[in-house]
Design a protein around this ligand. Structure first.
Ligand code: SF4
Ligand code: F3S
Length: 113
C-alpha cells in the first residue's frame, strides 16, 4: 500500500504535504506533486495536511488504478521536493474545480530542492 496524490492537487500545489513526510518521498512537477509508491511508508501523516484533500490511500484510487500509475510514472522522472515553496499565485481559483488533470496537467518537471 502507498498514499497517492490525486486530481485536487493540480494547479493548487500548496506543498504543505512535503514538510511532514518522514521519508521525503514527494516529487515535483510544474503544477502537480506525486508520491513515490516504493518509498512511501504508509504513515498517513501527509493526508490531513493537504488543504484540498488531494492525498489518499491507494485503496481509494480510481477503479483502473489511474492515480497510482501517474504517481509511479512521474516520481521516477521529477525532482525530489522536501520544503514548501510558494504555491501558484492563482491556486485558490482552482481548488473547487474537478477533472483538473485532464484540463491542466503539465508533465514538465518542477524545480525540486
Ligand atoms: Fe510520506 Fe507518510 Fe505521506 Fe507516505 S504517507 S507520502 S511516507 S507522509
Ligand atoms: Fe498538492 Fe495538497 Fe501537497 S495541493 S502539493 S497534495 S498539500
Amino acid at each position: 500500500m502507498t498514499y497517492i496524490v490525486t486530481d485536487a492537487c493540480v494547479r493548487c500545489k500548496y506543498m504543505d504535504c512535503v514538510e511532514v513526510c518522514p521519508v521525503d518521498c514527494f516529487y515535483e512537477g510544474e503544477n502537480f506533486l506525486v508520491i513515490h509508491p516504493d518509498e512511501c511508508i504508509d504513515c498517513g501523516v501527509c493526508e490531513p495536511e493537504c488543504p484540498v484533500d488531494a492525498i489518499k490511500p491507494d485503496s481509494q484510487d480510481a477503479p483502473d488504478g489511474k492515480w497510482l500509475k501517474i504517481n509511479t510514472e512521474f516520481a521516477k522522472i521529477w525532482p525530489n521536493i522536501t520544503r514548501k515553496g510558494t504555491p501558484p499565485a492563482d491556486a485558490d481559483e482552482y481548488k473547487n474545480q474537478s477533472d483538473k488533470f485532464e484540463k491542466y496537467f503539465n508533465s514538465e518537471p518542477g524545480k525540486g530542492d
